[in-house]
Design a protein around this ligand. Structure first.
Ligand SMILES: [Zn+2]
Length: 149
């Protein structure tokens, strides 16, 4: 018997794979990706950086002068001399340990060790007075100054 060839398989309609309007994945974070304002600062703010890892530690505008000078030289109890610069803020530093006034270089100020928050290199000290004023003394040779504008 001759068969009828059943046309058994109707053409499968291909699902039209259209990209959604806009062509982007939906459901992403609206802020994701470079948007206006992200990398569009008119002048890139320079950072004083950790010499070991390059992380931003403080900004030039954070420099302060104590006793009329930004830089100070001190020796620790082991006779090691440090040249430090004073900063009112150092966002890239992590202060660790309990504040102590033992051997402090600034009378009335207790100190803590200040580390690079990124690589934990010892960068200097954070000094804080009981009255609430505080600053960072950072070892000059462990930082990289931004290129002069
Ligand atoms: Zn570092």
């Amino acid at each position: 018997m001759g068969g009828r060839e059943a046309i058994a398989t109707p053409p499968v309609p291909r699902a039209a794979r259209r990209a959604p309007p806009g062509g982007r994945e939906s459901g992403g974070l609206p802020e994701a990706g470079p948007g206006p304002g992200a990398a569009q600062r008119p002048a890139e703010e320079p950072w004083i950086r950790c010499r070991a890892c390059g992380a931003g530690i403080a900004r030039p505008a954070d420099r302060i002068a104590l006793g009329g000078r930004h830089r100070h030289r001190f020796a620790n109890p082991y006779g090691i001399v440090f040249e430090i610069g004073c900063f009112g803020a150092a966002d890239g530093c992590l202060a660790v340990g309990n504040p102590t006034e033992e051997f402090t270089w600034f009378s009335g100020y207790a100190w803590q060790v200040a580390l690079c928050a990124a690589c934990r290199t010892h960068l200097g000290w954070r000094f804080s007075a009981t009255g609430g004023s505080r600053f960072f003394g950072l070892i000059v040779e462990r930082l990289v100054e931004p290129p002069a504008a």
